[in-house]
Write a protein that binds this ligand. Structure first.
Ligand SMILES: Nc1ncnc2c1ncn2[C@@H]1O[C@H](COP(=O)(O)OP(=O)(O)OP(=O)(O)O)[C@@H](O)[C@H]1O
Ligand SMILES: [Mg+2]
Length: 393
């Protein structure tokens, strides 16, 4: 947003510039004026879309200039900053259509909330109503991390959905490394320790970006438990995430604790991931019993069978009967495609785009997004088409 700042306070100017540059999209500071008189006398040629106006040192006799300022930029949104309430000025500002008033010193969270409202009103961003989908391995090594991290990439690349994956593994969480070689700057425990800063821009700044519309919040890395992570923290993170992402995938890991439990409570769907083998089925049944005892509605739980091979002694029907839950999808067994992708830290859609796993992921994207493409090839074709033009990003 093209932004004009009106303030004599250079520190405040720098503070707003720093906060504005952390937003997505970043604020473009296209002008600055030293006070109201200067702003009215020197009108910008290209009208700003946003005026941030520090009214702390406006003299009573200058108050009428507020109307002139508003008339110069009739299409702009205004944020008024005041050090102490100046009633007359506020009334004038309100009459002139300035809706956002923030006290100084600037509270960053309040500033970003005001910016969110302005951007939504201006149609720059829309609040999303993201779906939270939880993936939980019935047994260690079932493939929940491989599946969820690659599905996140597929939702973003094929389904064009803005997607977030939160790694909830209590220990040794390494979901980001399955699809990226970036070293995480922030982890879930860091975010919890600064939860009062939580908003869309802060969340975005904490992610490992696998693609422009796919980010991962890495697992807590706090072996000495110096940060007290509370269930309310994950609730706050998910509330904000729902507003800014279409899909929020949770890689729950195997350990159910207070944090992952609160996340599961709020999830729209839970996908236990398991292989078609007796030990997995035994553990799967225990897991589903826990969900039942927690009162989770059964229609929220759908099984995903990983490393599926047709023709085995156990059939999908046997599994559904044993667990009393339907199978949503199967992912074929493909050791080479999966291992190559994991070893390189590159999504399987990029390392093995013609593999059966890639095709299966594309079908899952279609199913989850309800995107009606005549053939499952359609979505993959989109990806491949783009790749041939110079790669996916
Ligand atoms: N469809 C598949 N075909 C072949 N190999 C697979 C498939 N899915 C996953 N794998 C392999 O299985 C291994 C374990 O997967 P992953 O780490 O995702 O399991 P997990 O359920 O997250 O385990 P944990 O309980 O440790 O969190 C991975 O190294 C991956 O290469
Ligand atoms: Mg895992």
């Amino acid at each position: 947003m093209r932004t004009l700042i009106i303030s004599r306070d250079s520190l405040l100017h720098a503070e707003i510039a720093a906060q504005g540059s952390a937003r997505l999209p970043a604020l473009q500071l296209t002008g600055s004026r030293q006070g109201l008189r200067d702003a009215v006398d020197r009108v910008l040629h290209e009208a700003p879309e946003l005026v941030i106006f520090d009214a702390s040192d406006v003299e009573p006799r200058e108050a009428e200039l507020v109307d002139r300022l508003a008339r110069h930029y009739p299409d702009a949104s205004f944020i008024l900053l005041t050090r102490e309430p100046q009633q007359e000025l506020l009334i004038r500002a309100m009459r002139a259509g300035m809706r956002e008033v923030l006290p100084l010193p600037l509270v960053h969270r309040a500033f970003h909330e005001a910016m969110d409202r302005i951007e939504i009103e201006a149609g720059i961003t829309r609040t999303r109503d993201g779906k939270v989908l939880a993936f939980i391995a019935c047994k260690g090594g079932s493939g929940a991390t491989f599946l969820s991290t690659n599905l996140g990439h597929a939702l973003a690349a094929l389904g064009e959905k803005k997607t977030l994956l939160i790694d909830l593994h209590g220990q040794f969480g390494d979901a980001a490394l399955y699809v990226s070689d970036q070293k995480p700057a922030m982890t879930l425990s860091d975010v919890c320790s600064q939860i009062e800063r939580m908003d869309g821009a802060f969340l975005e700044s904490c992610l490992v970006h696998v693609a422009p519309n796919y980010g991962i919040l890495p697992a807590a890395d706090d072996p000495n438990h110096t940060v007290e992570m509370k269930p309310e923290h994950i609730e706050t993170i998910l509330r904000v995430a729902r507003q800014h992402f279409d899909y929020i995938l949770l890689d729950v890991g195997r350990q159910i604790d207070a944090i992952s439990l609160r996340a599961l409570d709020t999830a729209d769907a839970i996908y236990p991931v398991l292989q078609l083998a007796l030990p997995d089925i035994r553990d799967g049944r225990r897991l589903l019993d826990i969900f039942r005892s927690l009162g989770y509605p059964s229609e929220r739980t759908r099984l995903i069978v990983n490393r599926y091979e047709k023709g085995g002694k156990l059939r999908l029907g046997d599994l559904e009967q044993a667990l009393g839950a339907p199978v949503l999808h199967t992912i074929p067994n493909d050791y080479i495609a999966a291992t190559d992708s994991v070893n390189q830290g590159v999504p399987v859609l990029e390392t093995a785009r013609h593999s059966a796993i890639a095709r299966s992921l594309s079908e899952l994207v279609e199913m989850l997004t309800d995107c009606r493409v005549p053939e499952s090839k359609g979505l993959l074709g989109r990806l491949f088409g783009r790749n041939s033009e110079g790669g996916l990003q």
